[in-house]
Design a protein around this ligand. Structure first.
Ligand code: ADP
Ligand code: MG
Length: 251
């Protein structure tokens, strides 16, 4: 079975003179269990690729499939059981008046899970939060703890694929590595496939097996992580990105 395949994807917003071609003729494939990075400056179309996959960008052409299922215009519940997203801003993505317990209970019920109690305890443990976090509210959590809760919510449906949109960009630098390490551990433990957006080459160099470099809506270069670590790049824009993150890409 394949993981994620995207072929000749075009995504646009608006029409006529207001049309923005956010993604142009992008192709990539992510094998099952692989971690793939999308890197590039702000506005280069990275998030739009994730939006197109999840059905949040209605105007697109090309071909997309996840686990051999070809995607049409609508996504069904089975898709959202298999594919979950983690967003950049854990402050905006958690309902302020719902406790961690409420949030996870609702999500588990939505996906038809029974033994909710045991599952909540396991999810909290999976993301490195103890049982005392269960009855807390978002305002009682740090940014890193909120992102752990958002990751627990994403894991509740027992997905195969996580789409991660700059999952650490809103966090303090000191917390970013903790969350990236957690994501690395979870991928191994839960045999997950990742498609991860970052504007930071060091982050995808640390997290991903392969990355696509985007500029102005196009994929300008594909890089294996060995290439990144050795500083091998062909495209001038990738070279520029490599220079600006020199010294930060490591094992
Ligand atoms: P990135 O995630 O790489 O920062 P995005 O995928 O968010 O970039 O955006 C790519 C381009 O598409 C940008 O020019 C952005 O302004 C435009 N865009 C994104 N979402 C919308 C939208 N809902 N309506 C109009 N333009 C959009
Ligand atoms: Mg983005």
């Amino acid at each position: 079975m394949s993981g994620i395949i995207i072929e000749n994807l075009n995504v646009w917003f608006g029409k006529g003179r207001d049309r923005v071609d956010a993604v142009k003729n992008a192709s990539l494939s992510v094998e099952l269990g692989q971690s793939f990075g999308l890197v590039g400056e702000s506005g280069s179309g990275k998030s739009t690729i994730l939006k197109a996959l999840t059905g949040l960008a209605p105007d697109w052409s090309g071909k997309m499939s996840v686990q051999d299922v070809t995607l049409g215009k609508k996504r069904d519940q089975e898709f959202f059981r298999t594919v979950q997203m983690v967003f950049q801003d854990p402050y905006a993505s958690l309902h302020p008046r719902h406790s961690v317990d409420q949030l996870l209970t609702e999500t588990l019920m939505l996906h038809g899970k029974t033994d909710v109690n045991a599952r909540i305890m396991r999810l909290l443990d999976d993301v490195g939060l103890g049982p005392t976090f269960r009855f807390r509210y978002p305002h009682q959590l740090s940014g890193g703890q909120r992102q752990r809760v958002a990751i627990a919510r994403a894991l509740a449906s027992e997905p195969r694929v996580l789409l991660l949109d700059e999952p650490t960009s809103a966090l303090d630098v000191s917390v970013q590595a903790e969350i990236l390490n957690l994501l690395t551990d979870l991928r191994a433990e839960h045999k997950l496939t990742y498609l991860m957006v970052s504007h930071d080459l060091a982050v995808v160099g640390h997290m991903c097996d392969e990355s696509a470099v985007m500029q102005h809506g196009e994929i300008v270069e594909m890089l294996k992580t060995e290439d990144l670590r050795r500083g091998h790049a062909e495209h001038p824009y990738t070279k520029h990105l490599l220079e600006s993150s020199a010294g930060y890409i490591s094992e």
